[in-house]
Design a protein around this ligand. Structure first.
Ligand SMILES: Cc1cc2nc3c(=O)[nH]c(=O)nc-3n(C[C@H](O)[C@H](O)[C@H](O)COP(=O)(O)OP(=O)(O)OC[C@H]3O[C@@H](n4cnc5c(N)ncnc54)[C@H](O)[C@@H]3O)c2cc1C
Length: 384
């Protein structure tokens, strides 16, 4: 068993840690507003080769392995949690296009994502429900060489500023469930598309919101994969993204943990530094151990993915546990800063609000536990 990153991965980690502390950390708090994340950040992430980096090189990708992708999410999120959303969505949309689009579609769709020119959203959730993603209602009606999209997506990251979106739409009957859903790569500057930005608790720079499709005509060529295969394609994509989300949240929590260790080592009270009190040091020790354990779970899921092995329940477990743990650790870090922690001048509160969003986004803890339970109980029941 080898727990070490290889030489390339160590180099990537160092490069991105330097980039994040230099270019992202100093501006993270300034982005806690209802303004979009600056395009400049997206372009820089593209220039670093971090947007859809697993795509093949002829389409602008780096053919990066999934463990390295995890490193990128962790390090970028340490500097700016919301900048890591750019990586996450480009990885998800990029992976679905890479795996399921035809040659011509890949040539057109992937390079602008990889270069950080197109911000791509993934539009699954609807007002009627998010967890029950197989029953989307947004309709795609075939008309000759086009489809006409009619309906609403809600709670979509980047809704307010994305250029494109991979949209799950119903081409079959409602009763057909998942089998009646197709995926379309849609230009969000098309006539008939309108958007509404939510006022959110955290991650305000990602501009989560609604996207309305009113008779939006897209060419048949915008359909990715076969009619009725969209849901399966997206769900396959979600597997690895769950571990990436885990690492984003753990990266943010680790950053606050490091800052808090420094703070309690510096601050004096009762004739010495705060760190000498077990009431202060034990919560930090517990946080360090739990973050490390959760991190291993995330990287194991990505390593399994790289090895072409089953990683479904490990990734689902990472998606349940890591965001929840990160929110708890961030809360603890906030408290250990005393009154200063409650001020908006320190980043722990912002990181905590940001992380809570991904306790919900991409599937809640309950849904993740359903997936874990189904697999682990099923394995035992089948006997092995
Ligand atoms: C920050 C953020 C970013 C997001 N980004 C995107 C995005 O980019 N694209 C996108 O398509 N969506 C996105 N979402 C939406 C997200 O995926 C959904 O909110 C999520 O899947 C839950 O769906 P819902 O909100 O409709 O809740 P519901 O499905 O209505 O669930 C409500 C509650 O009931 C629980 N519940 C539901 N079903 C069950 C069950 N069977 N057993 C036990 N408990 C259950 C849930 O866990 C939850 O606590 C984002 C959400 C957030 C908060």
């Amino acid at each position: 068993m080898d727990f070490a990153f290889n030489a390339d991965q160590q180099m990537l980690r160092k490069t991105l840690a330097d980039f994040a502390s230099r270019e992202l950390t100093p501006h993270y708090m300034a982005h806690d507003t209802d303004h979009d994340l600056p395009r400049e950040i997206v372009r820089k992430l593209g220039a670093l080769g971090l947007c859809a980096p697993m795509a093949e090189s002829q389409y602008g990708g780096q053919e990066l392995d999934y463990v390295s992708l995890g490193i990128a999410h962790e390090e970028i999120a340490r500097g700016d949690f919301n900048a890591a959303y750019v990586l996450l969505l480009s990885a998800l949309v990029g992976a679905i296009i890479s795996s399921h689009a035809n040659e011509r579609q890949k040539q057109v769709m992937l390079p602008p994502i990889c270069r950080g020119e197109h911000v791509a959203a993934l539009a699954v959730t609807e007002p009627g429900g998010g967890s029950d993603a197989a029953h989307v209602k947004l309709a795609a009606r075939r008309e000759g060489d086009s489809y006409v999209l009619q309906g609403e997506k809600t709670s979509i990251s980047f809704a307010s500023w994305a250029d494109t979106a991979l949209v799950m739409a119903r081409t079959g009957s409602y009763e057909a469930g998942a089998r009646g859903v197709s995926a379309f790569y849609v230009d969000l500057h098309s006539p008939g598309v309108t958007r509404h930005r939510f006022k959110d608790l955290g991650s305000r720079a990602i501009g989560r919101g609604q996207i309305f499709f009113d008779a939006v005509r897209v060419p048949a060529e915008a359909r990715i994969g076969e009619e009725g295969s969209g849901f399966v394609e997206v769900m396959q994509g979600f597997d690895f993204s769950r571990a990436l989300i885990g690492l984003m949240c753990l990266g943010a929590a680790q950053q606050s943990l490091d800052e808090t260790c420094q703070y309690v080592a510096d601050r004096n009270a009762f004739g010495g530094v705060l760190a000498r009190f077990e009431g202060v040091s034990f919560p930090l020790a517990e946080a360090a151990v739990k973050l490390r354990a959760a991190r291993l779970l995330c990287y194991e899921a990505l390593w399994l993915k790289d090895e072409g092995k089953q990683h479904g329940w490990v990734a689902a477990g990472a998606k349940w546990w890591a965001p929840e743990l990160a929110a708890q650790v961030l809360h603890q870090c906030l408290l250990l800063h005393g009154h200063l922690g409650f001020s908006l001048d320190l980043p722990h509160q912002q990181r905590m609000r940001d992380v809570i969003g991904l306790e919900i986004g991409d599937g809640t803890a309950q849904i993740m536990k359903l997936l874990v339970a189904r697999e682990v109980i099923g394995q035992v029941a089948r006997g092995y």
